[in-house]
Ligand binder design. Structure first.
Ligand SMILES: [Zn+2]
Length: 190
């Protein structure tokens, strides 16, 4: 299977890599989500069924207007920001299951940043100022912050998806809105 959003190949060796970061676990016979970017199976296709490149969610970056480029740049930064928060949260948290969840979410958010990088044709992922999260001393406070971050991200995609007139990017924002919504439930479910 191939993910139309992030372009990754999904097979029996990798279908379960980020299972703890998915609302329902992927099973060998049933891929419910892309394990790399977390989008639902609606966006997965058997490789043989993809007849042309145009079915992949790609756009020529030069065709985008400034307005969309600015939104994609913002989206890429937001995802790196959240991915780095989760990386810190892995180190600061105590419960093994919580650590594994943060690890999976960090990887999924990083993949979202890569999706935006490709869509926007940006040369590199941004380097953000390092933030010290060490005042969040227990898992509960980290999970609360995670949930707040996910609410912010979901709202970002919902709000900005409406402003975008490119149908492919609009669909990507809708798919990622759903992923962040799932993450809200995962972080809030502990
Ligand atoms: Zn994907």
């Amino acid at each position: 299977m191939k993910c139309l959003v992030c372009g990754m190949d999904i097979n029996i060796n990798n279908f379960n890599i980020n299972n703890v970061g998915l609302l329902e676990k992927n099973e060998r016979e049933n891929f419910k989500y892309c394990p790399f970017c977390g989008v639902s199976s609606k966006y997965l296709r058997p490789e043989g069924e993809i007849v042309s490149d145009s079915e992949m969610y790609k756009v020529p970056a030069e065709s985008l207007d400034d307005n969309i480029s600015v939104i994609l740049d913002h989206a890429m930064k937001l995802e790196i920001f959240n991915s780095e928060f989760y990386k810190s949260a892995v180190k600061l948290s105590h419960n093994l299951e919580v650590k594994e969840t943060f690890e999976a979410l960090s990887k999924i958010e990083h993949m979202h940043a890569v999706v935006h990088q490709k869509l926007g044709g940006f040369k590199a992922l941004p380097t953000l100022v390092h933030i010290d999260y060490s005042k969040y001393k227990n898992d509960k406070s980290l999970l609360e912050l995670a949930e707040a971050r996910e609410i912010h991200a979901a709202t970002f995609y919902e709000k900005n998806g409406k402003k975008i007139n490119n149908p492919i990017i609009k669909e990507v924002f809708f798919a990622l809105f759903q992923v962040e919504h799932d993450h809200m439930q995962i972080a809030g479910g502990y």
